[in-house]
Write a protein that binds this ligand. Structure first.
Ligand SMILES: Cc1cc2nc3c(=O)[nH]c(=O)nc-3n(C[C@H](O)[C@H](O)[C@H](O)COP(=O)(O)OP(=O)(O)OC[C@H]3O[C@@H](n4cnc5c(N)ncnc54)[C@H](O)[C@@H]3O)c2cc1C
Length: 382
């Protein structure tokens, strides 16, 4: 087994998404004496909230998916483009798929989630997700094909009317310009069950304006190449199926297993893995029983920054403070040039909300100029 030379006081971060990347950058800034090692197998950081705008061409891939190589240049941290394959928390080492074994001074687990098909037959083979650059490329091809075919019974089916399903339905409708009917299937009684009332009302109006066919209180029981079977025996024909109905924590095999359940790895209020002093877990893959923080980029980024504060406290012999989530609002993309947002006492919809959403997210991109970072930062200011 080959092992890179890693200092024993290193902060090792597993996963370079919102939680992992922001914790690595925050630790570098706050504790420059601590070596930082980031393990992330992908080449590009994906700013998922802006994937819809990448699909529509309203934004470019360098804005939405910058390369780690560029993001981390001159940040003075080690990036290993490797996937962690197992971790022994008690023994204090991890292995990667490239055969490296690493030990840590402190470990941060930020491995996010993966799609969950809930065991429904056919989903794995006949549905696509919407979270990666490959997903965007596949969907672009599908849109192109549908626009060329112009068949009268063409249909796209999206399953799950949470933020991803609703935002995607609006954007796809604008891009297809009538080339296919869009069905949005949701097992709950309403769309966006966890959203603010203002945003939900705007989203409902946006779907109605675009004649998206909404199927509420409807469960999918099976999927084939061209059919979506619904509870009660009916079926929808489809020329493309997008699954946005759920996700589950993604974690490499972990010893001991006792702290992992279906909601993720169990953490305490200060973001440490239960029973561990030098192991933290953050973002979508972590779960604190008494404070179910939402699985959002906003939470993951704030937790990433809280890691630096926790390590600084521990360096002076103090305990880390409990993590406090600052809810700065919610923004939804609702088609080309349209959005809705609610936050810090502000509610806004339409083209201005679209511009503000875009500017606000750009200020969140690590590695952008300070001028751009300041634009729109008043809404979701950290
Ligand atoms: C289309 C879409 C739109 C969204 N829009 C919004 C929005 O508008 N607002 C909002 O707040 N949230 C939004 N979210 C949710 C948000 O993106 C997630 O909550 C956030 O990414 C969670 O951050 P994370 O760091 O926990 O995980 P992620 O950002 O998913 O990062 C996990 C990283 O870990 C890496 N990894 C996984 N396993 C391993 C391993 N074994 N070894 C090494 N690395 C590993 C992965 O490659 C990945 O880069 C959206 C999500 C999607 C899919």
């Amino acid at each position: 087994m080959t092992s890179p030379q890693i200092a024993t006081n290193s902060v090792v971060v597993v996963g370079g998404g919102f939680g992992g990347l922001f914790s690595a950058l925050a630790v570098r800034e706050r504790l420059p004496e601590r070596p930082v090692v980031l393990l992330e197998p992908n080449s590009n950081f994906i700013f998922q909230p802006l994937l819809y705008e990448l699909l529509s061409g309203e934004m470019k891939s360098w804005e939405v998916a910058p390369r780690y190589r560029d993001l981390l240049a001159s940040r003075q941290m080690v990036w290993l483009q490797e996937r962690v394959s197992r971790i022994d928390l008690d023994a204090g080492w991890l292995d990667t798929d490239h055969g490296s074994r690493l030990e840590w001074g402190d470990l941060v687990l930020a491995t996010g989630t993966e799609p969950n098909d809930f065991g429904i037959p056919g989903v794995e083979h006949h549905a696509q997700g919407f979270r990666s650059l490959d997903d965007v490329a596949r969907l672009r091809e599908r849109i192109h094909w549908l626009r060329q075919q112009r068949q009268s019974d063409a249909a796209l089916v999206i399953v799950g009317a949470g933020p991803t399903g609703v935002e995607l339905a609006c954007k796809l409708s604008d891009l297809l310009e009538g080339a296919a009917v869009i069905h949005l299937v949701e097992m709950g009684e309403q769309i966006l069950p966890r959203s603010r009332a203002f945003n939900r009302a705007r989203a409902e109006a946006a779907l109605e304006r675009r004649q998206v066919k909404l199927h509420l209180s409807t469960s999918v029981t099976a999927v084939t190449e061209d059919q979506v079977q619904l509870e009660g025996g009916t079926a929808l024909r489809h020329d493309g199926l997008i699954w946005s109905a759920g996700s589950r924590p993604s974690l490499p095999p972990l010893q001991p297993e006792s702290e992992v359940n279906r909601r993720g790895i169990s953490i305490t209020a200060d973001l440490r893995v239960s029973g561990q002093t030098h192991v933290f877990a953050i973002g979508d893959t972590a779960h604190h029983a008494e404070a179910p923080w939402p699985g959002t980029a906003q939470v993951a980024m704030q937790q990433g920054e809280a890691i630096a504060a926790a390590l600084a406290a521990m360096a002076t012999g103090n305990d880390p403070e409990p993590f406090q989530f600052q809810d700065r609002g919610e923004m939804l993309s609702l088609g080309i040039g349209d959005a809705t947002l609610t936050g810090l006492g502000v509610t806004l919809a339409g083209p201005l909300a679209f511009k503000l959403r875009r500017a606000t997210y750009l200020t969140r991109q690590p590695g952008l100029s300070l001028g751009l970072r300041s634009a729109g930062a008043w809404l979701l200011n950290r």
